[in-house]
Ligand binder design. Structure first.
Ligand code: ASP
Length: 598
C-alpha cells in the first residue's frame, strides 16, 4: 500500500514529513495560480496545495484539469498552514500538504449532483440520490451513518455473545404462512406450482431452535414484507431477533435494557438510566391515545365520560349512552390554529369514523365554539379544572367508543405537538430518550368485518397464565404476555413469552383464531409436532435494527441508515429492480404472465 496516512490524520506534529494520501477530490479552489485540492477519504479531509513555482509543469497542468470526485494519489510535504488560513472546523485544519507528486487513479466525469455540498440532502431530490447511491454514500453524513450502524451491529453481537447467545442463521427461503403482511413468493423450478416465501421474520425457526435445545439464539435477521409501503417502511429490513428458553418476561426486560444501554453508550457515549418505565396498553391508550406513547411532553388525554353522561349536548351524551366515552385534551397555546390545521385534525377524526371534531378556542377571554352553549356551568367548571384551561388554549374532544376516542385524540395530540414545535412553543431536548415498556396488551383483537378474533401480536404469544381459563369464555379479557419497547414515540421492537404447550397452541389456532384443522396442519403442523417432543418454555423479542440506527443517527428516515434502500414503490432506482425476465426464465419456472403492465 502506498498510502501513508488517512485524510483525517495529519497534525502540526507531522510538519516536514513526506506523506502519500489517496482519495477523492472533494473540492478545488484556484487562488492566484495556486491550486488547493481538498482530498477526501472515508476518514476525513486534508488540504493539498499545488504550487506551480514548486512543481513540474506537467503535474501542475494535470492537477488543474481534475474534476471533483476524481480519484488521486498525492505525495507531498506536510506543513503548518500559514497564519490566518487555518480551518478550525476540521481536525486536519492546522496543516496542508504541499504536493510534489500526483497520480490520477481515475478521472471522474461531471457529477449529477455535488458531493461536497452539505445541503445536498435538502437540495437534491431523493430519487436522484438513490439512482446514484454510490455518490450519495460518499457524503460524510452517510458514511457516518454506515459507520454507526456497523458499530451498533458489532456492539450488539458482543453483548449477545457475552450473555451466552449463539448467532444462528435461519433460512430466507421459507414457506408461505399467509397471515399479517403479504409475502414475497419465490417460484420453485423443480415442482411446478410450488413456491418458497421470504420470511416475514424468523419467528417459527427461532422457536424451533428452542425446541432444539439452543436455549439462547440471536440473529441480525433480514425480514421481508410485501406491504404497500407507508412513508418509512422498506420491503426488506433488519431485525435484532432474539429467543431464550426457561425465562419469564422480566428476563427479556433485563436483557434488552442492558443491550440498549450498551448500544447508547457505544454509539452516543451516553448513559441511559434504568430500569425503564412500564405502562399498560390500557393506560397508554387512556393517557396518550396510542400504544407507543411519546412521553417527552404532556398534553395528556383526560376522561370526561362521567361529567357529560347527562349532558344537554346530545353528541356527547349520545356517545356515552352507546357505551362510548368522552375524552379531551388541551393543546396549550394553540388557539391560534389555522382553519387548515383544524381541518387536518378533523380529517384525522373522520378517518376513524367520527362525524366531525368538537373543539374550543379560548381567545379574548371567551370560549369560542358552537358547542359551548350546550354546556352547563358544572361541565365548564370540570373542563377548566381538569384541563387547566387558560387564555390561548385549544381544547379538542372525541366522543366515541373507547379505543376510537383514544386513537383520534392520540393522533391529534401528536399533530398538535408538531405544530407547537414549529411555533417554538414546545421544545424537546434532542438528547432526551424516553424508553418504556408497553405491557398487558390484549391477546386478541376483534375484526368486525370478518367477524372473528385475530392475534394482537402473533398466534404464538402466550396468554397471561391466570387468564387461560377465559380463553374460550371471554376472549377479549385475556391479556397476552406481549411487550413492546418504545422510545420517544417510536416502537423499537416487540416480543412475547410463547405458548409452548401443543394443546394450548392448537386451541388458539383452531378454536380461537378459527383456522380450520387441515389448514393448521398444513401451515403449522411441523411446529405442533415439534412441541410434542419436549418444548421448553421460551420467549423472545425482535428489535427493528434500521429504526434503532435511525434514532441513534438522529434521522427520521430509515432510508438514511440503509446502504441501498428501496423507494416507497419498492423499487431500487440504482439497479432498476424489480425488472422483467426473459420468456425462457419464465418457462423454466412454469410461469406465464397473463396481465401486461397497464
Ligand atoms: N417475530 C416477531 C416480530 O417480527 C417478534 C417476536 O415476537 O419475537 O414482530
Amino acid at each position: 500500500m502506498k498510502r501513508t496516512h488517512h485524510c483525517s490524520e495529519l497534525r502540526p506534529a507531522h510538519a516536514g514529513q513526506t506523506v502519500t494520501l489517496e482519495g477523492w477530490v472533494h473540492s478545488r479552489r484556484d487562488l492566484g495560480g495556486v491550486l488547493f485540492l481538498d482530498l477526501r477519504d472515508r476518514e476525513g479531509r486534508t488540504q493539498t496545495v499545488f504550487d506551480p513555482s514548486d512543481l513540474n509543469a506537467a503535474v501542475f497542468d494535470r492537477a488543474t484539469r481534475l474534476h471533483s470526485e476524481s480519484v488521486i494519489r498525492v505525495t507531498g510535504r506536510v506543513r503548518p498552514r500559514p497564519a490566518g488560513t487555518e480551518n478550525a472546523k476540521i481536525p486536519t485544519g492546522q496543516v496542508e500538504v504541499m504536493a510534489t507528486g500526483l497520480e490520477v487513479l481515475n478521472d471522474a466525469e461531471i457529477l449529477p449532483f455535488s458531493v461536497d455540498d452539505p445541503e445536498v440532502a435538502n437540495k437534491v431530490n431523493e430519487e436522484l440520490r438513490l439512482k446514484h447511491r454510490y455518490l450519495d454514500l460518499r457524503r460524510p453524513e452517510m458514511i457516518r451513518n454506515l459507520r454507526l450502524r456497523s458499530k451498533v451491529a458489532m456492539a450488539t453481537r458482543a453483548y449477545m455473545d457475552e450473555h451466552g447467545f449463539l448467532e444462528v442463521e435461519t433460512p430466507t427461503l421459507f414457506k408461505s404462512t399467509p397471515e399479517g403482511a403479504r409475502e414475497f413468493l419465490v417460484p420453485n423450478r423443480r415442482e411446478p406450482g410450488t413456491f418458497y416465501a421470504l420470511p416475514q421474520s424468523p419467528q417459527q425457526f427461532k422457536q424451533i431452535l428452542m425446541v432444539a435445545g439452543v436455549e439462547r439464539y440471536f440473529q441480525l435477521a433480514r425480514c421481508y414484507r410485501d406491504e404497500d409501503l407507508r412513508a418509512d417502511r422498506q420491503p426488506e429490513f433488519t431485525q435484532v431477533d432474539i429467543e431464550m428458553s426457561f425465562i419469564e418476561r422480566e428476563d427479556i426486560y433485563a436483557l434488552i435494557e442492558g443491550l440498549l444501554k450498551r448500544v447508547w453508550k457505544t454509539a452516543l457515549g451516553m448513559e441511559i438510566p434504568g430500569p425503564f418505565r412500564r405502562i399498560s396498553f390500557e393506560e397508554a391508550l387512556n393517557r396518550y391515545g396510542i400504544d407507543k406513547p411519546d412521553t417527552r411532553f404532556g398534553m395528556e388525554l383526560v376522561d370526561f365520560t362521567e361529567e357529560f353522561r347527562a349532558s344537554a349536548f346530545k353528541v356527547f351524551a349520545g356517545a356515552i349512552a352507546n357505551g362510548g366515552v368522552v375524552k379531551a385534551l388541551n393543546a396549550k397555546g394553540l388557539a391560534c390554529a389555522t382553519q387548515g390545521q383544524i381541518e387536518t385534525m378533523t380529517e384525522y377524526a373522520k378517518s376513524f369514523g367520527a362525524k366531525g371534531l368538537a373543539y374550543i378556542k379560548v381567545e379574548g377571554g371567551e370560549w369560542k365554539s358552537p358547542i359551548v352553549k350546550f354546556f352547563s356551568p358544572a361541565e365548564k367548571q370540570a373542563l377548566t379544572s381538569k384541563l387547566g384551561i387558560e387564555e390561548g388554549d385549544l381544547v379538542l374532544f372525541a366522543a366515541d367508543q373507547w379505543l376510537n376516542a383514544c386513537e383520534i385524540l392520540g393522533k391529534i395530540r401528536l399533530y398538535c405537538a408538531d405544530v407547537l414545535k414549529q411555533q417554538g412553543k414546545l421544545s424537546i431536548d434532542p438528547a432526551r430518550f424516553d424508553f418504556l415498556w408497553v405491557v398487558d396488551f390484549p391477546l386478541l383483537s376483534y375484526d368486525k368485518e370478518l367477524n372473528r378474533w385475530y392475534s394482537s401480536h402473533h398466534p404464538f404469544t402466550a396468554p397471561v397464565a391466570e387468564d387461560i381459563p377465559l380463553l374460550k369464555q371471554d376472549p377479549k379479557k385475556v391479556r397476552g404476555q406481549h411487550y413492546d419497547i418504545v422510545v420517544n414515540g417510536v416502537e423499537l421492537g416487540g416480543g412475547s413469552i410463547r405458548i409452548h404447550q401443543p394443546d394450548v397452541q392448537r386451541t388458539v389456532f383452531e378454536e380461537i383464531l378459527q383456522i380450520p384443522p387441515e389448514e393448521t396442519q398444513l401451515r403449522f403442523g411441523y411446529m405442533l409436532e415439534a412441541f410434542r417432543y419436549g418444548a421448553p418454555p421460551h420467549g423472545g423479542i425482535a428489535l427493528g435494527f434500521d429504526r434503532l440506527c435511525a434514532i441513534l443517527c438522529g434521522t427520521t428516515s430509515i432510508r438514511d441508515v440503509i446502504a441501498f434502500p428501496k423507494t416507497a414503490k419498492g423499487t431500487c432506482l440504482m439497479t432498476e429492480s424489480p425488472s422483467p425476465v426473459t420468456p425462457r426464465q419464465l418457462k423454466e419456472l412454469y410461469l406465464e404472465v397473463k396481465t401486461a403492465k397497464s
